[in-house]
Design a protein. Structure first.
Length: 269
């Protein structure tokens, strides 16, 4: 009896039939992996990434005069700092000098450009949730920025002016139609005093929350950290800027347009 050694089972080595089966199995696994990879790619392309397509709520604050945007002596900057601390995500808070309105506009456009292609789509524009506030020249710049955003086709949730003083070629009394709500805080005394009345270009689209008057004639000057010349040349104008009651109301209006913070209980009707 002749035994072919090539046909004898060899310990530790796969048999010819086994080898073919392993090859077929490996080919099937590779094919399945390829199909799954293609399916996953198609699914990823077909389902939008909602977290990347929705921009943050944008809060822009303008300081008055020639004050630096990060000077924490001033209430506008303090308000921005509180908002940043309260809303570490989902809200972008920026402050600018009153002469950097165009820089603020470019920042807004950059934050709205969620696909980073350098051009805003209609959806990216309409996704804008923007709040603008300012004191003195900063109040005037708040409205000027809102007006520029209107030209860009971008809505604004809220504008807040505190003793707003109009710059040359600016009209801080007329609120553009892209603004949903606007509030004005002012005082009438002294050489520097704010806009006493704001009105809407289109009352059907813009709600004027109010023109709120404050008086400081009988109030002691309590802005000790402010420069000495503010007291001499703009006492009441400075008092409204450092009045915590004014900024408490302004902050409340801003927060009413922001998402709930951690621990906040949403009220239902």
């Amino acid at each position: 009896m002749h035994i072919d050694p090539d046909r004898c089972p060899r310990p530790g080595l796969p048999q010819p039939g086994t080898r073919r089966w392993l090859l077929q199995f490996r080919t099937s696994i590779f094919s399945l992996a390829a199909v799954l990879a293609i399916a996953h790619t198609g699914l990823a392309q077909s389902v939008p990434n909602l977290t990347s397509t929705m921009p943050p709520v944008i809060v822009i604050g303008f300081v008055g005069g020639f004050i630096k945007h990060d000077n924490l002596v001033h209430s506008e900057v303090q308000l921005a700092a509180r908002l940043r601390e309260a809303y570490p995500t989902g809200v972008d808070v920026e402050t600018f000098e009153s002469y950097h309105g165009e820089r603020a506009r470019k920042k807004v456009l950059s934050l709205l450009d969620t696909n980073h292609d350098g051009t805003l789509t209609p959806d990216e524009k309409q996704n804008g949730r923007i709040i603008i506030y300012g004191h003195s020249w900063g109040g005037s710049d708040a409205i000027a920025l809102a007006r520029e955003l209107e030209k860009d086709g971008i809505p604004v949730l809220l504008t807040i002016q505190v003793d707003s003083i109009s710059k040359l070629h600016q009209n801080d009394a007329l609120i553009p139609a892209n603004v949903a709500q606007a509030a004005n805080f002012y005082q009438p005394n002294g050489f520097l005093h704010g806009q006493s009345e704001i009105r809407a270009v289109d009352p059907a689209r813009t709600r004027i929350i109010g023109n709120f008057r404050f008086e400081y004639k009988a109030s002691p000057y309590n802005c000790g950290k402010y420069p000495w010349y503010d007291r001499i040349f703009g006492k009441a104008h400075t008092q409204i800027e450092c009045d915590p009651e004014v900024w408490k109301q302004a902050e409340s209006l801003i927060r009413s347009n922001l998402p709930p913070t951690k621990g906040t209980v949403a009220l239902t009707r």
